[in-house]
Write a protein that binds this ligand. Structure first.
Ligand code: ASP
Ligand code: MG
Length: 416
């Protein structure tokens, strides 16, 4: 008998039929003798609608009231699922964030979890055999007694935090895909589902545009060593053999992955823009003069490449920002021109970042060199390169991103 957290995203609870399907999944685990806490998202599209209403009400609105509005989506689903479970003869009750409580800081709209109290849930597992149905995404700021939300996609984070709080054996993330793939199967039909992936690799994949889970939920899983299973909610509950290990991708500690491949996956993102500052003065304080104002403007800078200058006077500096921030970033630099000192700004928005990820890179040399050769053979020009311990990224023309991803996917033996 195990204690499980089961989390269901928006498409998995999109209507009452889907909620009944979720209830059957829950009943399946209860019948197998497990203690179950369920975390639900709002029904598909509901949060978007709530956000839109807030904007319509007032473009600049109080973030505390925004949270009061957007937190409601999850409350509806939690109540409905509890009703359906009761109807199926499963003892269940719903919980809102403040009732547990799940305490957060007061960064409304993107609050961070401070503490989750799972004691009452555990008591009810033991004494009543009661399933807990918890509204994801929402919490409480204790000092001000206000409802908070954890940022878009935040119910993943609620689920993992709860799993840590009740010492669950596993946190199952039920979603509309059946696991984590070596790359996007829509781009590479031969992409494979991974059986296991290390937290660190998943963090890189998640923050690089593989939109399976909220990044913070993976961070939290790593911190508390919660095994997270990404699995499909579209699998029929009656088709699942309780004696077999469940199908999906397990996000776990790297020590639990026996056969480590050098490369685990390839991520890519087209939402990148490149900014190159030409003939920047080469003297102390210049990087600060550039990136300080960008940080103040809340612009997230990703790749940064600077050359060692030949003449000791000026150099070129290239970096990337999200394409939605491109114009703002250019304007910010332009405004700081006299403080920075440069000749001109060049830029491009039709660029893409392709990243190769694998903890095996720590112990293998030449992994990136292989890629550079393969890309050059396809005549793909590399604009910038960055590397870290377990990944490297190249910035290329967006038109070549699919070709690059496919090329690298085959190169590292990831094809099915
Ligand atoms: N409903 C929220 C959102 O759409 C939270 C979540 O689904 O994880 O962002
Ligand atoms: Mg989600």
């Amino acid at each position: 008998m195990a204690r499980l957290v089961m989390k269901f995203g928006g498409t998995s609870v999109a209507d009452l039929d889907r909620i009944r399907n979720v209830a059957r999944h829950v009943k399946r685990e209860v019948d197998a003798g497990h203690d179950v806490a369920v975390v639900v998202s709002a029904m598909a599209g509901v949060t978007n609608q709530l956000v839109a209403w807030c904007r319509e009400a007032a473009v600049l609105h109080d973030a505390r009231e925004y949270d009061a509005v957007v937190a409601t989506g999850e409350q509806v689903t939690a109540g409905l699922l509890a009703i359906v479970l009761e109807g199926m003869g499963v003892n269940a009750r719903s919980w809102q964030g403040w009732q547990l409580p799940l305490l957060t800081d007061n960064a409304h709209g993107g609050a961070r979890i401070v503490e989750v109290n799972g004691a009452e849930l555990i008591r009810r597992f033991k004494e009543l055999g009661q399933v807990a149905v918890i509204a994801g995404f929402q919490g409480l700021h204790k000092e001000t007694n206000r409802v908070t939300t954890l940022g878009r996609g935040g119910s993943d984070t609620s689920a993992v935090a709860l799993a840590a709080a009740i010492q669950a054996e596993r946190c199952d993330i039920y979603t509309d895909v059946d696991g984590v793939y070596t790359t996007d199967p829509r781009v590479v039909p031969r992409a494979r589902r991974l059986e296991k992936i290390a937290y660190e690799e998943m963090l890189e994949l998640a923050s690089l545009g593989a939109k399976v889970m909220q990044v913070r939920s993976v961070e939290l899983g790593m911190l508390h060593n919660v095994p997270i299973l990404v699995r499909s909610s579209f699998e029929k509950p009656e088709d699942i053999d309780p004696k077999k290990p469940p199908a999906g991708t397990l996000i776990c500690d790297e020590s639990e992955i026996m056969e480590q491949q050098t490369v685990t996956g390839i991520a890519f993102s087209k939402d990148e823009a490149q900014i190159s500052i030409r003939r920047v003065q080469d003297k102390p304080g210049v990087a600060a003069a550039i990136f300080g104002p960008l940080a103040d403007a809340n612009i997230n800078v990703d790749m940064i490449v600077q050359n060692v200058s030949a003449d000791g006077l000026t150099t070129d500096l290239t970096f990337t920002v999200p394409s939605s921030d491109y114009e703002r970033a250019r304007a910010t630099i332009e405004k700081a021109k006299s403080a920075i000192g440069f000749e001109r700004i060049d830029g491009a928005t039709d660029v893409a970042k392709v990243s190769v990820i694998g903890i095996g890179m720590r112990s293998h040399a030449g992994v990136a060199a292989k890629a550079f050769k393969a890309l050059s053979e396809r005549n793909i020009n590399i604009r910038a390169i960055t590397t870290s311990e377990i990944k490297f990224s190249v910035l290329i023309d967006a038109a070549y991103s699919e070709l690059a991803v496919r090329t690298l996917h085959s190169l590292y033996g990831l094809d099915k």
